[in-house]
Ligand binder design. Structure first.
Ligand code: NAD
Length: 335
């Protein structure tokens, strides 16, 4: 298939170019994000390959259908950026890469947690300036803490297993309980109990209408003073304004995020010579107890190799009209 690949970075291109001879698809790479304005670049292609902040909204999907493009492969796990109802109406088929490396994301969540707990980011900068003072570097142990995991799918489960190794007590909340995790000694509780009892909370559920702003003023009020909040899932799970208020009051003791509510206008680009216009991320960056990474949790060699492979396999299935292993379908009960 002739594939128009949007939001392309060098690492995407490397991953696909390595495997393309084996699969025979033809990729044209565009750095531009897919939206209603850029979609016309795909005229004459058979399929679209897109990433987390590309817009597959009603207008863009309508334009794709007019261009007779009925195949979309997402090179990511999350699909909150897609209007699935509209895609179904237009007969556009959407495939994703459901679990390219859950460990990559889970390990990044742990990296955020460890950096915050032991202030290694501050130590690194100090030592480079010959400042070997330990003042202000007191951390906290993770061992023995109660960790709350919201969403125990592929990534949440991997995170639970790592935290188990740290000697934590783990509470979980999900719509479905995972038997293997229960056998490991992980306890499923209500969301309310998890929020009340966890010293560390990590978010691993998808962004849906039900989970948008799951972390808000009300849910934060249930959390213990000084709670550590980690989000590697999707920015809009957190109501940023409420989190800023809680950081000011020290209700939230530490915040580690790889995703941000308004990241679409900021992440994946070098803005070092520009004026940052987003007041909320600017405010977040002023807190000494906040650590932000720019949606890089997925970015390991292993994950990239798997993303390219599964995306190309998804294209093969779409091309053959086979049953689609990784199709994302609209479910009327969820939207
Ligand atoms: P998954 O589908 O395997 O697991 C998601 C889990 O969340 C499921 O067990 C599901 O039952 C649960 N869930 C759904 N709605 C819920 C709700 N309302 N409350 C509680 N639990 C709920 O997905 P995954 O592979 O583990 O990925 C999780 C999320 O991580 C993705 O949706 C994506 O947004 C995010 N992600 C981020 C990165 C990154 O680079 N930062 C990379 C990959 C995925």
């Amino acid at each position: 298939m002739k594939v128009a690949c949007f939001s392309t970075k060098s690492y995407d291109k490397e991953g696909f170019d390595r495997l393309l001879p084996e699969y025979g698809h033809e990729f044209t790479y565009f750095e531009l994000k897919l939206d209603e304005k850029t979609v016309s670049l795909a005229i004459g292609f058979d399929a679209i390959c897109s990433f987390v902040n590309d817009h597959l909204d009603e207008t863009t999907l309508d334009k794709l259908a007019q261009m007779k493009i009925k195949n979309v492969v997402l090179r990511c796990a999350g699909y909150n950026q897609v209007d699935l109802k509209k895609a179904a109406e237009l007969g556009i088929r959407i495939c994703r890469v459901p679990a390219y490396s859950p460990e990559a994301v889970a390990e990044h969540a742990v990296a955020l947690l460890l950096t915050l707990s032991r202030k290694t980011h501050k130590a690194y900068n100090r030592v480079r300036e010959n400042n070997f003072s330990l003042e202000g570097l007191t951390g906290f142990n993770i061992n023995g803490k109660t960790v709350g995991v919201i969403g125990t799918g592929a990534i949440g489960s991997a995170f639970c297993r790592i935290m188990k190794g740290f000697g934590c007590k783990i509470l979980a909340f999900d719509l479905f309980e995972n038997k293997d995790l229960k056998n490991l000694g992980i306890t499923y509780v209500s969301l309310e109990d998890l929020l009340k009892q966890s010293a560390i909370i990590s978010l691993h559920c998808p962004l849906t209408p039900e989970t948008q702003h799951l972390i808000n003023g009300k849910t934060i009020s249930l959390m213990p003073e000084g709670v550590v909040l980690i989000n590697t899932s999707r920015g809009a799970l957190i109501e940023t304004k409420a989190v800023i208020r809680a950081l000011k009051k020290r209700k939230i003791g530490y915040l580690g995020i790889d995703v941000y509510e308004q990241e679409e206008h900021i992440f994946f680009r070098n803005l070092s010579e520009e004026i940052l216009m987003d007041e909320e991320i600017a405010r977040l960056m002023t807190f000494p107890n906040v650590l932000i990474t720019g949606h890089q949790a997925f970015l390991t060699k292993e994950a990239l190799a798997q993303i390219s492979k599964v995306t190309l396999e998804n294209l093969n299935e779409l091309g053959k009209g086979d049953l689609l292993t990784n199709e994302v379908k609209w479910r009327s009960e969820t939207k």
